[in-house]
Design a protein around this ligand. Sequence first.
Ligand code: 5GP
Length: 203
Amino acid sequence: MAKKGMLIVLSGPSGSGKDTVISELLKKNSELKVSVSLTTRNKREGEIDGESYYFVSREYFQKKLDEGGFLESAEYGTNLYGTPKAPVDEMLAAGKNVILKIDVQGAEKIRALYPECVTVFILPPSSRVLESRLRGRASDDEEDIQRRLLIAKEEIRRCVEYTYVVVNDRLEDAVDDVLAIISSESHKTLRNKKIISEVINND
Ligand code: 5GP
């Protein structure tokens, strides 16, 4: 049986650049997987259904919630987001390391369910940079930008709940930092009990 994969919770306020960090992580480490969430929010330009998110109606989301199909779900702004349970369980069982790109509320729930998960918070280098990144998204209106800025400030206050904080100033450095965290976490003795006992017992 393969070694069970690690669950990597990656959070950061909207505008922290975590989507770009994740796509670069996947290019550098093809073994990594990302869970695709369901959301009730509208698709932004360039987003692909089934890749960025599964874009669903409130009714469908609620049905899936009632069926116990989510590992966790949360309301963010005026929209619902949820991590589908089955694909994550399957990837972990297959030994894959799985990234959950979720908000601080979701991270809290995952930490309670999987205390051994790795939690990383992506921080923008300054609030000025955060605001200009948010404004650079033509798809969000002013009201949405203001709402996201408020949520962002609240989320950043909660970054102390995470084990690791990575500042996303230079993208390449941020990506290398996350890869280094994943690598050292995977070498923790506790995660390697199986191989240790195999080596001991096969001698
Ligand atoms: P956005 O609308 O900018 O794509 O995402 C808004 C926030 O929702 C981000 O912080 C993102 O990480 C978070 N998010 C995306 N998917 C999920 C999910 O499945 N669960 C939770 N709790 N948060 C999510």
